[in-house]
Design a protein around this ligand. Structure first.
Ligand code: PLP
Length: 450
């Protein structure tokens, strides 16, 4: 029935939605045969997704799901205005980004206007990993040295430099053994599960950074910079302790280092209350990296920085990306920004996110398995624990809950280093009714006996 009800652009573009559906099991076999690294999957039977509409996904057998994990498709699936913009630009021109065309100037201008004053120079790339690699290279070029501070349990990407500063055990199990000597990780300021908790934890986490910097001083090592997510993402969107970034940025800058804010996941309105995550900490970084939602699923990333930092790279080496900032990418980027604004999606992330958080917190009152509800806007984490005192992670329970949620029509995956957190990052167009549906279904699953 959804095929008739759902006004998908596929229908507008004349794609035959009544064509016979492929066999789901056969498709899964084909993927496993030839796709290099199948997506990490926690489901006993992963659904083969065929189409999407707003926050809903539909599998090849016609079943509907609520998409609660899509941190890329921020506008929602199948947005007709975006589809039309892509189709128009594809038919006009798409080319190597070395050519001169208006969209690249316009898109860079719009990004610079979104960034704090002084961060007015934009590089366009194709992903978050590339953006972080480039940001680290900018810090190297600007300071003439390589040492980078990063946070343990962070994830910044898979390319060489972004991987090196990613020390999340879940995402990168090799990280602890292969980390190059220019990476200096410090304890992650996780206010729920980290070594320091509660009020007053900021000073301990800041001290940990100071101690690491002293170690570096003793080795006479200079500092290129510091990279971190401005809301701690891996564990489900835990805000950093108050004042943490102000103190750390000051120490990094005192040594001439560059402060890089990885906004790949939290930026672009997802937090609802803020457009950028660093606003929550009241700081201004030297370099912002952004990707994921800015292309609504189209490969698009950016580095936004000050002119003098950008210019350092020109002196030390070069930057060129064949498809970064292509005409189609720029058309996508501009249209995403227009839709974010016209449909007030950041505002929706705030109101629907606040409502959903309150509903999830109410579940926490009833079910001891819910250790905490983290995050803000439409970037929330429900952390399951076996014991609220010891915080023993409820890893197996979380996997079972995800499988049951899937049976009931919700797509969700475990995250965090113990895979015991439901990281909630739906499209920002999530309707209040969909948020209620999710909370109702989760309540049903918890009531069933977890
Ligand atoms: N930075 C953060 C915080 C991320 O969550 C991710 C991806 O999950 C990346 C960087 C890498 O982005 P991409 O997968 O687009 O390369």
């Amino acid at each position: 029935a959804w095929r008739r009800l759902c006004p998908s652009p596929a229908l507008i573009l004349g794609i035959d939605c009544n064509a016979p559906l492929p066999d789901a099991a056969a498709l899964l076999d084909r993927r496993q045969c030839h796709f290099a690294r199948p997506q990490k999957n926690y489901y006993r039977k992963p659904p083969e997704i065929e189409r999407g509409w707003k926050e809903h996904l539909f599998d090849v057998e016609g079943r509907a799901y609520l998409d609660m994990v899509n941190n890329v498709t921020i506008l929602g699936h199948g947005h007709p205005r975006l589809s039309a913009a892509v189709a128009r630009q594809w038919s006009l021109l798409n080319t190597n980004s070395r050519f001169h065309y208006a969209a690249v100037a316009e898109f860079s201008e719009r990004l610079a206007a979104l960034a704090p004053e002084g961060l007015d120079t934009v590089f366009l790339v194709n992903s978050g990993s590339e953006a972080n690699d480039l940001a680290i290279r900018l810090a190297w070029a600007h300071t003439g040295t390589r040492n980078m501070l990063s946070l343990l349990e962070a994830y910044h990407g898979w390319t060489v430099a972004s991987d090196a500063v990613s020390t999340s055990i879940a995402d990168n199990p090799q990280a602890l053994t292969t980390r190059p000597d220019w990476v200096h990780p410090v304890v992650s300021p996780n206010t729920y599960r980290g070594p320091f908790r509660g009020e007053g934890s900021t000073v301990h986490y800041v001290d940990a950074v100071a101690a690491k910097l002293r170690e570096l001083d003793e080795k006479d090592g200079r500092l290129a910079g510091f990279i971190c997510e401005t809301v701690y993402g891996n564990a489900g969107g835990i805000p950093l302790p108050p004042g943490y970034l102000k103190a750390v940025y000051a120490m990094v800058r005192a040594r001439g280092g560059v402060c890089i804010a990885d906004e790949v996941q939290v930026g672009y309105g997802r937090l609802g209350h803020y457009f950028w995550g660093f606003e929550e900490q009241g700081v201004v970084p030297d370099v912002i990296t952004v990707a994921k939602g800015m292309g609504n699923g189209h490969p698009l990333g950016a580095v936004i920085t000050r002119r003098e930092i950008a210019d350092a790279l020109e002196k030390e080496g070069y930057f060129f990306s064949s498809s970064g900032g292509s005409p189609v990418s720029c058309a996508v980027g501009l249209t995403v920004l227009d839709i974010l604004h016209d449909e007030a999606l950041q505002e929706n992330a705030r109101t629907v996110g606040d409502h959903l958080k309150a509903r999830l917190q109410a579940l926490g009152q009833k079910y001891p398995l819910v250790g905490a509800v983290h995050g803000m806007g439409l970037y929330l984490g429900v952390e399951f624990v076996r014991d609220r005192e010891t915080l023993e992670p409820a890893t197996e329970e979380t996997a079972a809950i995800c499988n049951r949620l899937l049976e009931l029509g919700v797509i969700m995956q475990p995250t965090g280093d113990h895979l015991n957190v439901l990281k909630i990052k739906p499209p920002l167009c999530l309707a209040r009714e969909s948020a209620d549906f999710f909370a109702d279904v989760l309540a049903k699953v918890l009531e069933e006996g977890w």
